[in-house]
Design a protein around this ligand. Structure first.
Ligand code: NAD
Ligand code: LMR
Length: 338
């Protein structure tokens, strides 16, 4: 199949077999919002992933150009573009994993919650499509405010009768990526050698880095703990302000989303021991959704890992996080049921 539009005079192509490298099964992945600031670099990174055999790029604008561009990369994944609401179902049918970075980004002075009115409706429409066309797909939800959009997606899937909490994963990987970077800077080591669990949610005080559980085990002064916690919680705002009206994190987010998607695909292929932080339906606290480490498997989040021992600073942070999270979750649930 031609990646996108038939060129006049082009010969019929031979059927494309599964093109994943190394004999491993390839997965079909769709990106909804593929022409955006995150969507474009994420499309490129997934075209480079040997576990992706088919890559569907959907947006309400500009997908023909992005698709033509990415499809010329000489890697295995077959790329197809889909433009506008009438092509949503075709974009989603048969997909194993759907990544959703569709929606407005912040400008300076805005909170993520200020995006709710626009993005809630976008996420609802797209998740209705997932329920209709690929109800068994694993969903990686990026659109903000994540603390509310994941509950919105869950309600949409419940209404459609397709909800499986293991398959709905809010992407908080960028918080972990930032935490690893900033902690490595303070420790003077390579960020690749550092792993910081970040729990709670994905906005301000709901982003709770557990510096007492950093690996390799490390100790920090009180001053370092305050500096690191504040920088990790406000990493998104740091980028929004630096971009000065031109949007929020896109490149580091595409990197984080590609990392998280790759972890999901490796787990779906049967690789064991894959643990990532994600915002998901959870019983770790009294809240219905919470980000913690989860063990990924063939069916999504197979196991939600406990919070582990917290120090006093983290316990205070947890209470503040839960208060704000609770409101954001209720707002999302109410949006679908009003
Ligand atoms: P962007 O404006 O550059 O791109 C968004 C894309 O979504 C656009 O191409 C737009 O056409 C598309 N879109 C809008 N409505 C759509 C619909 N109904 N169906 C399909 N596509 C639609 O924004 P961006 O910088 O790529 O950010 C996207 C979202 O990701 C924002 O909500 C942002 O806040 C969020 N974000 C989340 C994280 C995270 O850590 N979870 C990090 C960064 C950004
Ligand atoms: C981020 O953390 O970079 C994203 O949530 C985008 C934002 O608005 O900060």
């Amino acid at each position: 199949q031609r990646p996108q539009m038939e060129e006049e005079g082009a010969p019929a192509l031979r059927p494309a077999a599964c093109r994943a490298k190394g004999g491993a099964p390839g997965f079909k992945v769709a990106i909804l919002g593929a022409a955006g600031g995150i969507g474009q670099p994420l499309s490129m990174l997934l075209k480079m992933n040997p576990l992706v055999s088919v890559l569907h790029l959907y947006d309400v604008v500009n997908t023909p150009g992005v698709t033509a561009d990415v499809s010329h990369m000489d890697t295995g994944a077959v790329v197809r573009g889909f433009l506008g609401a009438q092509q949503l179902d075709a974009a989603l049918t048969g997909m194993d994993l759907v990544i959703i970075p569709a929606g407005l980004p912040r400008k300076p002075g805005m909170t993520r919650d200020d995006l709710f009115n626009k993005n809630a409706a976008i996420v609802r429409i797209l998740c209705e499509g997932v329920a209709r066309c690929c109800p068994d797909a694993i969903v990686n939800l990026i659109s903000n405010p994540v603390n509310s959009t994941v509950p919105i997606a869950a309600e949409v899937f419940k209404k459609a009768g397709t909800y499986n909490p293991k398959r709905l994963l809010g992407v908080t990987t960028l918080d972990v990526v930032r935490a690893n970077t900033f902690v490595a800077e303070v420790l003077g080591v390579n960020p690749r050698d550092v792993s910081v669990p970040v729990v709670g949610g994905h906005a301000g005080v709901t982003i709770l880095p557990l510096l007492s559980q950093v690996t390799p085990p490390s100790s920090f002064t009180q001053e370092e703990i305050k500096y690191l916690t504040n920088r990790i919680q406000n990493g998104g705002t740091e980028v929004v302000e630096a971009k000065a009206g031109a949007g929020s994190a896109t490149l580091s987010m595409a990197f984080a989303a590609a990392k998280f998607c790759d972890a999901c695909l490796r787990a779906m292929r049967g690789e064991g021991g894959i643990v990532e932080c994600s915002y998901i339906a959870s019983q770790v606290t009294e809240l219905p959704f919470f980000a913690t480490k989860v063990r990924l498997g063939r069916g999504g989040a197979e196991e939600i890992l406990p919070l582990g021992p917290l120090n006093e600073f983290e316990r205070v942070g947890l209470e503040a996080a839960k208060k704000e999270l609770s409101e954001s979750i209720q707002k999302g649930i109410a949006f679908v049921n009003k």
